[in-house]
Design a protein around this ligand. Sequence first.
Ligand SMILES: [Mn+2]
Length: 303
Amino acid sequence: MAGELINIGCASNDSFSQHLGVMIYSLLSNCSCPQKIKVFLMDGGISDENKKKLNSIISKFKAQIVYIKPDQKYLKGLKAYRHISIETYYRFYLVDNMKSEKILYIDADLVVLGDIKQLYDTKFEDNILFAVKDPGGSNERKKVLGIPLEKHYFNAGVILINCKKWKKENISKKAIDYIKTYPEKIQYADQDGLNAILVDKWKELTPKWNTITRLFYFKYLKVIRPPNYENDNLSEITKAPNIIHYAGFIKPWYFLDPSPYKSIYWKYLKETPWKDYKYPDRNISGGLKRMKYYLKIVKGKLF
Ligand SMILES: [Mn+2]
């Protein structure tokens, strides 16, 4: 319908604002109607300087942005896991307070190459959300969370939400209760909670709308198939993604990280007010620091 807005939900703390800026810039510059985009940003302490930079991107495309400061008591009893920050839970607060029927919630560690309007226009049936299956959702994870092995586990980095149904079925409360009741089962924060309670209530989008960079490695290892992708043509999916998601601990903004599609992040970064960013690990002390981080992961301290 004419005049209808495209609601985009996201969250960031101050240290992630550059990546959020890259995501928003790529989303707006590849959208057929950027002036219809309204960003609902869950503000985890973004500085005025970074807000100014974000606002300059928004006004360049005549889009809109609102900064939402969630009540801190909302995070009580919840914790960050591995490389996933506490801001991940803000989505619950946002959806519960949305007046519109629909929102597309997306992570800040990704680049949008397709026209987001196409994804936003996906029609709901009886489902609460649309998502893409996760190549990290192992059978082990499914067993722990009580998901039948023949069903898929989804990635929460790109989810199209029917807010009306979500609120009616109390999804935020159910997911948070699950996470708090079974802390020993949780490895991927809210994503695990949502998968556990939404079995049969979500529908699958083509992986092109959330192409997780991990898939690129498997493309060359024909014998090993990632979970949930046993029957997919990985070359086809990774050839022309609509969204590249730099999920996991390997990130394109580090010099040492072997991140697939790294140059695309940098291409969009150069268009933003953060264009002067330099790799923090392209010198000895920064490099050592990054290597220490890898070691921690290898030792299992972040897993
Ligand atoms: Mn992510």
